[in-house]
Design a protein around this ligand. Structure first.
Ligand code: HEM
Length: 477
């Protein structure tokens, strides 16, 4: 430490286990949020064998996002993920030329124009959910997070893998989905415990390897099938299989294709399903906002004679509600950055107050960044979609809202997620009124690498203007 800096506060770390006892290993981000109440906007924790700095306000986050030494650091849960999907773009190390080539190759498949082409597939899966809930009737208790997970899994699988899991037609899960879920639950568990502890868990490790092999082989078979039966579809799967890097002229290698198929499912399904679950929750808790959203959706759908891809552009208030939900409940919980300088060197942050060593991970907690009263005002904790209108959203201070991450490692699926979420929100709020099964329920979170609602049980009642047979006809033609 140099003389000018001051120590970064934090709970005392114990030998071998560091700060393992200070956090819930199933929900570390929430633990970070709680610890910031004691230690303030910056504190340090020893986890998984290294010291991490946790950042919880706008001022410090903005500094890190702006400084040229700081880049995405793949460590902790991301590094463990990388052991499964290491050739996918999410877990690529900073400076990896394979990441740059993959992004150049894949970016065109994720533009707004390209995503519009996948509207029919998105509508197909969304209709399955809407019709299922319509047939249930208003008495059924629905686990919102579970339903939206089925929806987002099936949508991404159809658009990026060309396959159907048919999750709305089965009680259990497709074998791929079962293995997939088990892999990422194990990755989450491994992320905050020391490697020696994981190494001792032989049976869990054997099962994990078996699941990884199964999931990879499943994807390889799909690629072979698409290559044997090419289609002119403008979906992301064809982007993966066919597109060439505009600089090198090369197609993506087979293992890069497979790891990105798994990556898209991992990065896209819990995030989108989290967003939709949280949206429904906030709409139930805020009847004024819900009434405005329903008025907008009813008006636009009446004008466009149903749901079309162009109708989505006119849903400005719905978009604002989605952005405000992402502000308060960011499904992807944070950025991990580090100064890419010599490991024996250091930089200072916070006006020279705090020292960060070369390579030291700093975790920016979105849920705290997004609720900083300095940027969002004294009502930062309140749900107010008006502050996220198209106009106001553009004028937000730079780096104040990072729900889709930070360029160049920002979310490639941003347009995909927003188109899907807007479509689903429009269909749901046009068709149903929602209520909580337990009116006293307040948000709880599932143990997961992403932020997901726990025990969010809802009832969906058809709105008075909806006739179920007409709905069926409209959605199925
Ligand atoms: C509401 C939904 C979503 C949210 C909130 C979200 C959020 C994010 C965030 C914050 C990052 C940066 C992660 C980091 O810094 O390490 C990211 C990266 C990524 N996301 Fe998303 N995401 C969503 C949906 C999707 C979807 C639908 C897909 C794919 C179909 C997707 C694919 C990816 C990929 C591949 C990356 C890594 C990009 C790179 O490093 O080059 N995401 N996402």
């Amino acid at each position: 430490m140099t003389e000018a800096t001051i120590p970064i506060p934090g709970p005392m770390a114990l030998p071998l286990i560091g700060n393992l006892r200070d956090i819930d290993i199933n929900n570390s981000i929430q633990s970070f949020e709680k610890l910031s109440e004691t230690y303030g906007p910056i504190f340090r924790l020893w986890l998984g064998g290294s010291e991490r700095i946790i950042i919880c306000n706008y001022q410090l986050a903005n500094e890190l996002y702006t400084r040229s030494e700081f880049h995405k650091k793949v460590t902790g849960s991301m590094e463990n993920l990388g052991k499964v999907i290491g050739k996918g773009i999410l877990t690529a190390y900073h400076g990896d030329p394979s990441w740059a080539s993959s992004r150049r190759t894949l970016n065109p498949a994720f533009t707004k124009g390209a995503i519009k082409e996948m509207f029919p597939e998105m509508l197909d899966i969304a209709s399955q959910l809407v019709l299922k809930w319509a047939r249930f009737g208003g008495e059924e208790s629905i686990d919102a997070q579970d339903s939206f997970t089925r929806l987002s899994m099936d949508t991404i699988a159809l658009c990026t893998m060309g396959t159907r899991f048919n999750s709305f037609y089965r009680h259990d899960q497709h074998p791929f989905v079962q293995s997939f879920g088990a892999i990422f639950a194990e990755v989450a568990r491994r992320s905050n415990r020391p490697e020696w502890y994981t190494a001792m868990m032989r049976e869990a490790n054997r099962k994990h390897d078996e699941n990884v092999q199964f999931v990879q082989q499943f994807c390889r078979d799909l690629v072979e099938e698409r290559r044997a039966n090419p289609t002119a579809k403008k979906d992301i799967f064809n982007g993966l299989v066919d597109r060439r890097d505009p600089v090198t002229g090369e197609q993506l290698p087979p293992d890069v294709i497979v790891d990105n198929m798994i990556t898209f499912l991992f990065a896209g399904h819990d995030t989108t399903s989290g967003l939709l679950s949280f949206l429904v929750y906030y709409m139930i808790k805020h009847p004024d906002a819900r009434a405005k959203l329903q008025e907008e959706v009813d008006r636009v759908l009446a004008k466009q004679r149903g749901i079309t891809v162009d109708a989505l552009n006119d849903l400005a208030y719905t978009r604002a509600c989605l952005r405000e939900t992402l502000r308060l409940e960011p499904p992807s919980p944070g950025s991990v950055l580090a100064p890419f300088i010599d490991e024996n060197d250091h930089v200072t942050i916070g006006g020279g107050k705090y020292m960060v060593r070369g390579g030291q991970p700093t975790v920016i907690v979105f849920a705290k960044l997004h609720r900083d009263p300095e940027t969002f005002g004294p009502d930062a904790n309140e749900f107010k979609p008006e502050r996220m209108s198209d106009d106001k959203f553009k004028k937000l201070p730079k780096h104040a809202w990072k729900a889709f991450g930070h360029a160049p490692r920002n979310c490639i699926g941003n347009e995909f997620a927003m188109q899907q979420a807007t479509l689903v929100a429009a269909l749901l709020f046009h068709t149903f009124n929602f209520e909580l099964v337990d009116p006293e329920y307040t948000l709880q979170y599932q143990p997961s690498l992403h932020r997901k609602a726990k025990d969010l049980l809802i009832r969906a009642t058809l709105r008075p203007h909806v006739d179920i047979l007409a709905l069926q006809r409209d959605l199925c033609t």
